[in-house]
Design a protein around this ligand. Sequence first.
Ligand SMILES: [Zn+2]
Length: 502
Amino acid sequence: MLVLWAALKRWAVVVWAPFLLYGVAEVASGLFYNTGFNSFVIGEALEADRAEFMAYVTPTNVLLLLLAVVGVGGLAYAQWRCLRGVRRLPAFSFGCLFLLLGALGAAAVPPAKFNYAYLWPIGKPVTVAAKVDEALNYTNALLEQLSALPSPAEKPSTSDFVAPDSGVVVVFHLGESLRADRMSINGYARDTTPWLRQCPDVVNFPYCVSAAFSTCDAQPVILTNARRCLVGGERDMQPTTGSVFELFTKHGFPVYSFFWARRSLEVRFHKVVEMLAKASVDKFYADGLPLSSLPKMKQVLETHPGQNLLLYINNEGSHVPFQFFDRETAPFAPWAKDFSSPAAQAQEVNNAYDATVHYTDKFFREVAEILKGRPFVYFYVSDHGEVLGDGGKWGRGAFGEDNALYHKSPACMVGMFVICSPEFRQMHPHFAEAVQQLRAHSDMLVGHEHVFHTLLGLIGIRSPYYDSSLDLCSPDARPYEGAHPENYAPERAENVRDVGKN
Ligand SMILES: [Zn+2]
């Protein structure tokens, strides 16, 4: 470094400038989002699509970037001027002197308090490269693990209660970023889920703990027999078999998948999602907001009127930057048009988030509408929550790589419900009994690991991978025992009132 410094002389500024700019960006990220550049943030940034990227390109952020470039440029120019005419040997000697002073300073710090950040910028490229590597390779390891799993369809299994071609439709909706405490059905004062709140057939689970704050980690726990992961920093309770969809396919429920527009992009989440939904006979990608997939869904239902079907929905929901709702009819105004400096526009960001929840409620209503007349099950669960100013933090990057921290936050409690149509309940005594058991367990603390077994239990599919203690339709159902916030049951608001426009 010293030799390079002496050799470059005035031009050494080109080595310093990028570090300075990176440092300024990190400080700005800390100020506005209370988040550093960890591997989660880098991973999200690497796969952001154009719309997500543009949500951060706001006049304020562009101005800040310009100021940072000008500031760093000014510093670099000052250094360049100061070093004019300095010869290599004195430059090298000066460098040695400063290195010595730095080393003395470092020696004065007690070893327990020593931080590699004191060696700035020497350690920086190494830590940045490690974070990028972690962000890129983590998914590869997960994909390898998932692809090596045996299919649950390989072992003998039975399904005794649904006759082939009974026209039963199972809708499994894996939602995005929906926090339980932001749904009026769970007592949130703002009426974000007006339809769900009044739906007579809904069995609501207000206390569902999600497995992980990243979509990649949560999805396998929901769709396979995996259980909690990353608790205490360790991945534990690994899956021993693949996606539940393979068992449904085997027992006469072909899977049709409905994804969001960005799922068609080559992003890492997409690969995990594709792997778990590989049993799909057909996949559709929405060309706009989630409701734009409705005509396709309707078409699949109409072309298979008597067939048993599984519709898998995995769409935008309440994902950052909270823009997936109808702007014309936004129920809570003013809403933030981007996700820059959320702390400064907390109310607007919260309005936008609540508007996405309200829109998702409308989506539930519209899907239930097109299913009318058929025996159907609509099972919804969100993959993870979102950080909305809790403890002054915004965005899931706040958890860094620490899932234990996530499980102490209210952001880990997610929306979950099951709607069973009267036609479904009346088809067989097993279904009526299953729905009764669901109701009996609805106030229990549940987790993502209940989903795989409950889906099988509801339809009555028996497989060696099925565990009745995790089936909420079974009298054997046991509560979730993993990490969760201490006060997971927030006090319910006395009166649910509508503070919105609609
Ligand atoms: Zn997600």
